[in-house]
Design a protein around this ligand. Structure first.
Ligand SMILES: Nc1ncnc2c1ncn2[C@@H]1O[C@H](COP(=O)(O)OP(=O)(O)OP(=O)(O)O)[C@@H](O)[C@H]1O
Length: 245
């Protein structure tokens, strides 16, 4: 029995002859909050794209719950328990916060367009619970378009949580957030990681320091080093890559 929720094994991705990811291997444990950092173009977003099935590698496997995700379609990967958040928040602007949660529920998806599924007590409880986790319980009736940028980021994280995934993939979740919102998001991610695994791409080193269990540094499509934030910040090759970038 492996302690890893996801094992990325020797992945290579080629775009027009260019190796965006080059023989990359990475393991993420259950209930781990892993941060991936690296200079622009290091292949961080491509890594998340491979796990969620958006990009197919030329070589390698991504093992999750005994299944090779590289053989599955994106919607099948979502159903297995992998949720992805892109850099820009993507919420339904004209729907309220509550409705955004409703359409994200596994039950809501099949009737999308009508919103006619039962608003039973279980659904209401689940929405209230998630709304409170992501600091939106007081704005459940507000249309998403009236939320601040930070609140939209939280809403999207809530829309992932409501599906109860085992693994969350987050691309720069605190971009555009205020200092206070960043602190709240750090607390949120730490709380989520008590029961789920998270892989987060982040540039803000103060934020990274506040959340990371282990930091993976990517460079030119491969893992340059892995360790605690202090270990990677002391690493001579990491310093060279960042100064030379
Ligand atoms: N669809 C694509 N077609 C061609 N090249 C691509 C494609 N997607 C990414 N690339 C290239 O692959 C490399 C890795 O890109 P990726 O977006 O994964 O890097 P990143 O580490 O996330 O960078 P950033 O921090 O700037 O977001 C870059 O050189 C990028 O230009």
């Amino acid at each position: 029995m492996t302690d890893n929720i996801v094992s990325i094994e020797d992945i290579t991705v080629v775009f027009d002859g260019f190796k965006a990811v080059n023989g990359l291997s990475l393991n993420v444990r259950h209930n781990e909050l892993r941060v991936v950092i690296g200079p622009n173009g290091a292949g961080k977003t491509t890594l998340l794209d491979i796990i969620c099935g958006k990009t197919k590698p030329r070589q390698g496997r991504v093992m999750f719950k005994g299944t090779d995700l590289t053989r599955l379609e994106e919607h099948q990967i979502v159903r297995l328990g992998v949720a992805r958040k892109f850099q820009t928040p993507s919420v339904y602007e004209d729907l309220s916060v509550r409705e955004n949660f409703e359409v994200s529920l596994p039950e809501g998806r099949s009737v999308w367009g009508s919103l006619l599924f039962r608003r039973d007590a279980t659904v209401a409880k689940r929405i209230a619970e998630v709304a409170s986790w992501v600091f939106l319980d007081s704005v459940l009736r507000t249309k998403a378009k009236h939320l601040s940028h930070g609140q939209k980021q939280w809403l999207e994280i809530g829309m992932m949580l409501i599906q109860d995934p085992a693994l969350l993939l987050l691309d720069e979740p605190v971009a555009g957030m205020s200092h206070k919102e960043r602190e709240q998001t750090a607390e949120l991610l730490k709380r989520i990681a008590r029961g789920k695994s998270i892989v987060v791409i982040e540039h803000d080193m103060e934020f990274v320091r506040s959340i990371a269990h282990t930091v993976t540094v990517m460079h030119q499509g491969s893992v340059l080093c892995e360790g605690s934030i202090d270990e990677v910040q002391r690493n001579q090759r990491v310093i060279e890559v960042y100064l030379g970038a």
